[in-house]
Design a protein around this ligand. Structure first.
Ligand code: NAG
Ligand code: NAG
Ligand code: NAG
Ligand code: NAG
Ligand code: NAG
Ligand code: NAG
Length: 937
């Protein structure tokens, strides 16, 4: 039994009721013994509760009801023949009362159970007014307990306070305040009044938290049952000093002295003539109870250290109900000798007056045993605890947590951190490791084992690289739409959605929209209170998984809350979002309804396919194997280009996205058309590009091998050979770049086609050959010089040059007009016209000639057409520069093509001349074409 304190209370026999009340004019008259078996009841101090019942006291009162029945049981068990009056005074605001009194502890308990807290609302309460009423209605030498959570509002009513003081002096009642709160500070006068009253009445002020209420009542257990006149006041003091020495004298034989303190006291050292031992009954931050048995007469000293304002009281207790013989003591009691007077005291674990001792059921209340989480089992004189797993019993009376983390009691992995908890423990793997703490393995995911755009998911013994584009949860709730307004006026709380349960990768689908809005959305939209929008932009497919912030709009702020999310743009034009709940409720993720149709790529359509609803190739692009891939070939002037539909690659799980341009091939990713193109420059010999030439055409052939790595969940290591070939005629056609398309039908995709180099002829303003006449007309007089240039676009820079073979003027557009004026014949200038000069021919991609207008126009004709036969000459196979010296022409043999430029209309002064040129196809000299051409200069 662990209530050693019960042995030390000594009570005086038979204080007559009349002596308690006979000389008193206040208070009710005292009645009869509560116990018919007791011939002569013992009177102990009357007990008065002054209870604050204002609204804030609800919790305090319910705790109080619990411990009150316990203390009353104990007090009556110890005094089977005791008698006392119980008084209950309530005070509220502004009323005080009612007052009720009884000698029955059952009735008193019932009073308690009917108490309820209400009213009030402001903090300080009418404690002085209530105390006045309690003092008036209690017998003298009552023990008055004040239960409140507030300071005194009426501390300043001098009349009232003086009345309270004089009542205390008259009745010698003791007032102890059990306070759980205050309004201002503990030094302000509305609280300090409590200490004044307590000091005057030899009471205390205990300021404690409600959860300590059982400890406070433990303290009361020592003091409440004090019979009248059994206690002598030896010392009382109020202190602010943090360390001080005090002294007092003992001039009588006391069975014991009791030292009580209130406030934060750190230590009390007691010294006296015979200090044998001191029982430390209560040691709490709000107060101490210390007991010294059989103190010798003489001078005693106290050495106190404290942490603030505190009070110290010392009282001497007189043994009472002494017995004539120890033989009368109960078998489970001890016989104590106090300076010759014998007293029976129940042993530990028993309660009673020493003549009769009964077992204490320590298990009846949680605070009367130490079993804590264990199961308490009472026995005669004691109890035992049955402790659950994770606890052990250092003694049979308590359960103590086992610290499994010490001494290798835990099953944690050697690398794991062990954290002890009450009754258990937890293990956690260190950073970079994966497991439940009992097993830890290296976390592959922390080492970046997955490719960009994949999410690493660690599993026991392995890991997965998941593509969130194929493992997501679809959310098709249309209420997410940023157009969905739920006005606060008529909605109830449950009408609003909260996404706090979302955790994983999600894709929004359906009519509400498929993407989050990228602008702030007002509160009450998207079916929630605070809509969450994307504070940033959506990534593109090449960005992989990106981190973004989602903001929630509330209380006028576009980003009152925010959370981190991850987004990935998927092939097929949709986005997936990694969401981990919301920072609060009620918040939900929004969708932009305008994004509803914009999900599929240009070559796709939204339909039901093998993976459910989604974006699939339009019907004309549907493929079932690589052999069905149908690239489009473009034979450009500078490169060959094979274009694949990305929807086909996606359908076949063939990853084209990993290709990056290199020195040999350029890769073009066109999000607009959703095509992926491979470009091969027309440079013979470069990067394995091959060219073949016959008498009329040059053909280029390029080959590329593409290997697709494992993609998505399906692993497919397939390779695709792309072989492109384009043929270009060597003769000249003056035309814009023109392309022919070819379609190839095998896995070894070889594409063949024909293309044309472009040759342009233009009329320039001066001998720099840089500034062509633009527009449709040109004004020339007969004295003007014509500057004529011929240019090749495309083809192989290093191989071919332009050769002007025959150029002549005719008055009509017919190249076969019998009237011809030769400017160049067999690659050489006409020597009969001295105004002709050929600055450049057969040396570069540009041919130049000039001639004065009048020399070949003559009076007869107004219109002039120029015709040229131009060819491409291969400089690798021989010289292309014509030899024109000595009147002989040594032409270079190339296939040529006729080009016509004209008419050029002669005008006397400055009339406008329309310019056009025609070959078998078209010739015109628009600014655009010439600008392109300048890039080649
Ligand atoms: C002061 O207290 C007395 C006694 O209770 C009371 O009669 C009086 O009305 C109080 N004065 C004020 C101002 O509240
Ligand atoms: C609060 O404390 C101050 C200073 O001690 C005091 O002047 C004031 O009256 C107190 N207020 C109340 C409401 O008691
Ligand atoms: C009181 O106790 C403190 C420490 O507990 C000690 O330092 C001090 O000397 C003591 N004072 C006296 C007068 O004994
Ligand atoms: C006090 O002790 C006497 C014996 O000396 C006993 O008869 C009596 O019952 C006791 N009174 C109480 C109240 O316990
Ligand atoms: C006295 O205490 C013992 C246990 O310590 C118990 O077994 C016995 O029954 C008790 N006697 C009486 C009369 O209560
Ligand atoms: C995204 O955030 C996570 C942590 O929240 C971080 O580990 C990761 O490196 C971030 N990714 C990028 C691309 O910034």
């Amino acid at each position: 039994m662990h209530y050693t304190m019960h042995q030390v209370f000594l009570f005086l026999t038979l204080v007559s009721m009349t002596s308690a009340f006979g000389d008193s004019t206040i208070g009710p008259s005292y009645v009869t013994s509560p116990n018919p078996l007791c011939s002569s009841p013992t009177t102990s101090s009357s007990l008065t509760y002054l209870v604050d019942t204002t609204g804030s006291m609800g919790n305090y009162l319910s705790q109080l009801k619990l411990v009150n029945s316990w203390i009353l049981d104990r007090v009556t068990a110890r005094f089977p023949c005791g008698a006392r009056q119980y008084t209950m005074v309530e005070y509220n605001d502004p009323d005080v009362g009612p007052v009720r009194y009884t000698q029955s502890k059952q009735d008193f308990g019932n009073y308690f159970n009917t108490l309820s807290a209400s009213g009030g609302g402001d903090c300080p309460e009418l404690t002085m007014k209530g105390l006045e009423m309690a003092l008036i209605n209690s017998p003298p030498k009552s023990y008055i307990l004040v239960f409140t959570d507030a300071s005194a509002a009426d501390y300043g009513n001098t009349t009232l306070v003086n009345n309270v003081r004089s009542l205390i002096t008259t009745t010698k009642s003791q007032v102890t305040f059990l306070v759980t709160g205050y309004c201002n500070t503990t030094n302000s006068p509305d609280f300090a009044i409590y200490r004044d009253i307590a000091a005057l009445s030899f009471g205390h002020v205990y300021l404690f938290s409600i959860s300590d209420i059982n400890k406070v009542f433990n303290y009361l257990d020592y003091t409440l049952s004090m019979p009248s006149n059994s206690s002598t006041q030896l010392f009382s003091g109020e202190f602010t000093a943090l360390a001080h020495n005090e002294s007092f004298s003992i001039i009588k034989n006391f069975s014991s002295i009791m030292i009580t303190t209130s406030g934060l006291v750190y230590s009390v050292q007691v010294s006296g003539p015979n200090l044998i031992s001191m029982d430390k009954l209560v040691l709490e931050v709000w107060g101490f109870v210390l007991l010294i048995k059989r103190p010798t007469r003489g001078n005693w000293a106290l050495n106190v250290t404290a942490g603030g304002i505190h009070s110290v009281r010392v009282e001497g207790l007189t043994a009472f109900n002494t017995t004539s013989s120890c033989s009368k003591c109960h078998v489970n009691a001890t016989c104590e000798d106090y300076y010759g007077s014998l007293q029976c005291l129940c042993k530990s674990g028993f309660i009673g007056d020493g003549i009769d001792c009964t077992d204490i059921d320590e298990c009846a209340y949680s605070w009367t045993n130490n079993c804590s989480v264990g199961i308490c089992s009472n026995n005669i004189g004691s109890y035992t605890c049955k402790c659950p797993s994770g606890f052990y019993s250092p003694t049979p009376y308590s359960c103590v947590d086992i610290n499994e983390c010490l001494n290798s009691l835990s099953r944690c992995h050697p690398l794991a951190t062990c954290v002890n908890t009450n009754g258990n423990y937890s293990c956690s793997c260190p950073y970079g490791y994966f497991g439940d703490g009992f097993n830890c393995e290296v976390n592959d995911c922390s080492r970046g084992v997955c490719a960009a755009g994949k999410e690493c998911v660690k599993t026991s013994g392995s890991y997965l690289c998941l593509d969130p584009c194929s493992s997501y949860i679809a959310l098709n709730e249309s209420w997410r739409s940023s157009l969905n307004y739920v006005p606060s006026s008529y909605a109830i709380y449950s009408d609003y959605k909260c996404d706090n349960y979302l955790n994983g990768w999600y894709r929004f689908i359906g009519s509400g929209g498929v993407r989050m809005p990228e602008t702030c959305i007002s509160s009450f939209y998207c079916g929630t209170h605070a809509p969450m929008w994307l504070n940033g932009v959506h990534p593109t497919t090449s960005d992989g998984i990106v981190n973004r912030t989602a903001c929630a709009t509330w209380s006028g702020s576009c980003c009152l809350w925010s959370s981190n999310i991850q987004i990935k743009a998927c092939p097929g034009g949709y986005h997936v979002y990694k969401i981990s709940g919301t920072p609060a409720c009620t918040l939900a993720y929004c969708t932009d309804p305008n994004t509803n149709n914009a999900t599929c790529e240009a070559d796709e359509e939204w339909r039901l396919g093998s993976q459910g609803y989604g974006c699939y190739c339009k019907s004309q692009y549907t493929v079932s194997s690589l052999a069905d891939m149908r690239p489009e070939l473009t034979c450009g002037t500078n490169e060959m280009k094979a274009s694949f539909h990305k929807c086909q690659a996606k359908a076949l799980n063939f990853d084209l996205n990993s290709f990056k341009s290199n020195a040999c091939f350029q890769f073009q990713d066109d999000r607009f058309t959703n095509t992926f193109s491979i470009l091969s420059r027309l440079e013979a010999g470069n990067c394995g590009l091959q060219s073949y030439q016959n008498s009329t055409h040059v053909t280029y052939v390029s080959k590329l091998f593409i290997t697709s790595e494992a993609s998505g969940i399906i692993t497919r290591n397939e390779s695709l050979t792309v072989s492109m070939s384009c043929s270009y005629p060597l003769d000249m056609q003056i035309t814009l770049s023109q392309v022919l398309k070819a379609i190839v039908k095998s896995v070894v995709v070889s594409v063949g086609g024909t293309g044309q180099f472009t040759v342009s002829m233009a009329l320039f303003t001066d001998s720099s050959y840089k500034y062509p006449y633009t527009g449709s007309q040109v004004s020339l007089s007969v004295k003007d010089t014509l500057y004529i240039g011929a240019y090749i676009q495309g083809g192989d820079n290093s191989t071919y040059v332009v050769l002007m073979k025959n150029c002549y003027a005719t008055p009509s557009s017919d190249p076969n007009d019998p009237v011809k004026h030769y400017i160049i014949k067999d690659s050489c200038p006409n020597k009969q016209d001295s105004t002709i000069s050929v600055p450049q021919n057969g040396v570069s991609r540009e041919g130049r000639l000039q001639v004065q207008m009048f020399k070949f126009v003559g009076d007869a004709y107004d219109s002039v057409y120029l015709h040229c036969a131009l060819g491409l000459c291969n400089t690798v196979t021989g010289s292309c520069v014509p030899t024109c010296s000595g009147g002989r022409s040594a032409g270079v043999d190339v296939e040529t093509r006729d080009v016509t430029l004209g008419p050029i209309v002669r005008t006397a002064v400055s009339s406008h001349v329309p310019i056009s040129a025609s070959a078998s196809s078209i010739i015109y000299i628009p600014a655009l074409l010439l600008m392109v051409f300048f890039m080649f200069l």
